[in-house]
Ligand binder design. Structure first.
Ligand code: FAD
Length: 371
């Protein structure tokens, strides 16, 4: 079987949805993508694309578009929050140097353009309320439409509407950590390195974006208080500054430039047991949300997109193609997610030597630093 002429519905116009839409359309699928928002757009935040994610973008013909607007990473340096110890992981020693710092909005724009160019019909303001999976899956939208398709792909993120239809409800658990994110000007002309400042109970990651003109900051703190899950809660820059007040001058200089900041709670979700049911399948965060401590969520969604299109295009029938996709992806996704979860505690150890020792155990390569 091939996907030529197959009528495919993708729910969600994020990184995974747009990538799988292009991948399937390039193979001859007739693809419609439903996105709840009024525009394909993204919040201002940075993203690390490691060589595994880049390989998918390149195979989709979009690699050079990413290179043009991104910063190629030279190194990751781990810094103690007060002392001057630095442990530098030189990415120049990697065999594959395609490790980029990019802006989420830029990646989304590249993927959306790529999807449209391949013939994907993007329908905005189409929120899906419910999916009836099965041999002939049906999607119910909030504006009352019922749409049938040969295949439905749920790339609708953390709060997927397809996931409960295939797996029942799951309750995410608060990790006891919250994170702020913001973008500031890169006044000091920082080299293309990610810096991870690590202190007891807190850490901060920063790296340059957009030709080096901006710096992306993500700061994490351990907390008992519960914060809603979601990326767009605004917080006061002064709260962020106060939380990191005992960090050294490098951090203070960056925090002094923060004008607006968002705060979100970090939750642990189980990997979905069933990624596929009949002719429907889950992809990206909808199947396996991850904590941001390995910078792999988007890269995993890209890997999923490639594998799903490939398996569907080379299978006997649709359902077995989707089952083969889960079989190909589930173990790797679980391994990466467990590694990200395992990293969560390492940044916040109370003793500096132990913190550094723990970090020498971090993997360099396809899956590296926290975002
Ligand atoms: P999403 O990006 O969440 O997209 C889902 C889309 O579906 C959205 O457009 C949404 O509007 C739409 N949608 C949702 N529900 C519906 C519905 N009912 N009907 C219609 N449309 C719907 N990953 C990395 O690889 N590297 C990093 O450096 C990195 N840094 C990160 C930093 C932060 C601050 C965060 C929060 C995450 C980071 N990640 C990173 C993870 C990565 O961003 C996610 O894993 C990735 O965006 C998942 O893509 P997705 O397409 O599966 O879901």
């Amino acid at each position: 079987m091939s996907v030529i002429g197959l009528n495919i519905l993708v729910i969600g116009g994020g990184i995974g949805g747009l990538a799988v839409a292009r991948a399937l359309a390039l193979r001859g699928g007739s693809v419609t993508l439903l996105e709840q928002a009024e525009a394909i757009a993204e919040v201002g935040a940075g993203l690390q694309i490691s060589p595994n994610g880049f390989a998918v973008l390149d195979a989709l013909g979009l690699g050079q578009d990413l290179v043009r607007g991104s910063v190629r990473a030279n190194a990751v340096s781990l810094r103690d929050y007060r002392r001057s110890e630095v442990l530098r992981l030189d990415l120049g020693r990697l065999e594959n140097r395609n490790y980029y710092f990019t802006h989420r909005a830029d990646l989304i724009e590249i993927l959306a353009h790529g999807a449209r160019e391949a013939g994907v019909r993007i329908r905005l303001l189409h929120k899906v309320d419910r999916v009836d999976p099965g041999d002939r899956p049906r999607v119910h939208t909030a504006n009352g439409a019922v749409i049938e398709a040969d295949v439905v792909i749920g790339a609708d993120g953390l709060h997927s509407c397809l996931r409960p239809a295939l797996n029942g409800d799951a309750s995410p658990r608060f990790t006891g950590q919250v994170a702020w994110r913001t973008i500031i000007p890169n006044d000091a002309n920082r080299p293309p390195e990610a810096w991870v400042h690590m202190g007891p109970g807190r850490h901060m990651v920063s790296y340059p974006l957009r030709g080096g003109s901006a710096l992306n900051l993500v700061a994490v703190q351990e907390r008992h208080a519960w914060v809603d899950e979601g990326w767009s809660h605004q917080d006061s820059p002064d709260t962020l500054r106060a939380t990191f007040a005992d960090f050294g001058p490098e951090v203070q200089k960056m925090l002094a430039r923060v004008e607006t900041v968002h705060l979100w709670g970090l939750f642990r979700h189980p990997v979905a047991r069933h990624w596929q049911g009949g002719n429907s399948a889950l992809l990206g965060d909808a199947a396996h949300p991850t904590l941001p401590f390995l910078a792999q969520g988007a890269c995993m969604a890209l890997e999923d997109a490639w594998a799903l299109a490939d398996e569907l295009d080379n299978s006997e029938d649709t359902a077995s193609g989707l089952a083969a996709y889960q079989a190909r992806r589930a173990a790797r996704a679980s391994r990466v997610i467990n590694a990200a979860t395992g990293n969560a505690w390492k940044y916040h150890l109370r003793s500096a030597p132990v913190r550094f020792a723990a970090h020498t155990a971090l993997k360099v390569g396809g899956a590296l630093a926290p975002s």
